[in-house]
Design a protein around this ligand. Structure first.
Ligand code: PGA
Length: 217
């Protein structure tokens, strides 16, 4: 089973989302060997969920959740609120670590809350230190070297598999790569059995581009 996770970041509004999903459902065939997880901004989650209801191996996820469980935290979106709306959550993305000062401690708390509310965390790591901080909690880990994110400079597949070896993962842990994945470089990763899929930013924003990558599985 390969994972294709679309990280839309802070992109798209409601009408763009509806157009995207209509188009995506039209062009993507039955997903037999792949899980596709679309992670839009929070307010767009419900509309995607409605449209993909009943579709095999197609899921919606969030890009974050609150470090608080519930209560007087204006503006926060909690795991409890997201329960039943999303199946997955991206946690520890380097953009959140950098722009919102997320620490290993806050990320670990968020992972615990996600699990408590039956949301599967996709935990992003930049390096071995990030891994050591969450290693006991990770079922799906996404390796995203900072220099490769949004730059067009995807990391060499051999370097990715070498990095994976240093993690000593349990056999059941899902190992994802992210960083400038495109349809013309995705094959070089999928060729190795070591990489279970991708976390895709830029190339997931267009349904045709995203589909081209999914089709390579
Ligand atoms: P990118 O983003 O595919 O645009 O490099 C990946 C990510 O940040 O998850």
């Amino acid at each position: 089973m390969k994972y294709f996770i679309a990280n839309w970041k802070a992109n798209k509004n409601l009408s763009q989302t509806q157009d995207y999903i209509n188009k995506f459902l039209e062009i993507v065939g039955m997903l037999e060997q792949s899980k596709v997880i679309i992670c839009p901004p929070y307010p767009l989650i419900s509309s995607i969920k409605e449209k993909i209801a009943g579709k095999n191996n197609l899921y919606v996820g969030s890009q974050d959740l609150s470090v608080f469980e519930e209560g007087s935290y204006t503006g926060e979106v909690t795991a409890k609120t997201l329960q039943g709306l999303v199946d997955f959550v991206i946690l520890g993305h380097s953009e959140r670590r950098k722009n919102f000062n997320e620490t290993q401690e806050t990320i670990a708390k968020k992972v615990t809350l996600a699990k408590k509310y039956q949301i599967e965390p996709i935990i992003c790591i930049r390096n071995i230190e990030d891994w050591q901080a969450i290693r006991d909690q990770a079922k799906i880990v996404a390796y995203e070297p900072v220099a490769a994110i949004g730059t067009g400079m995807n990391e060499d597949p051999k370097k990715v598999t070498d990095f994976k070896k240093t993690l000593n993962l349990k056999p059941e842990t899902v190992f994802i790569y992210g960083g400038s994945v495109k349809s013309d470089n995705a094959n070089s990763y999928l060729g190795t059995k070591e990489i279970d899929g991708f976390l895709i930013g830029g190339a997931s924003l267009d349904p045709e581009n995203f589909k081209k990558i999914i089709e390579l599985a």
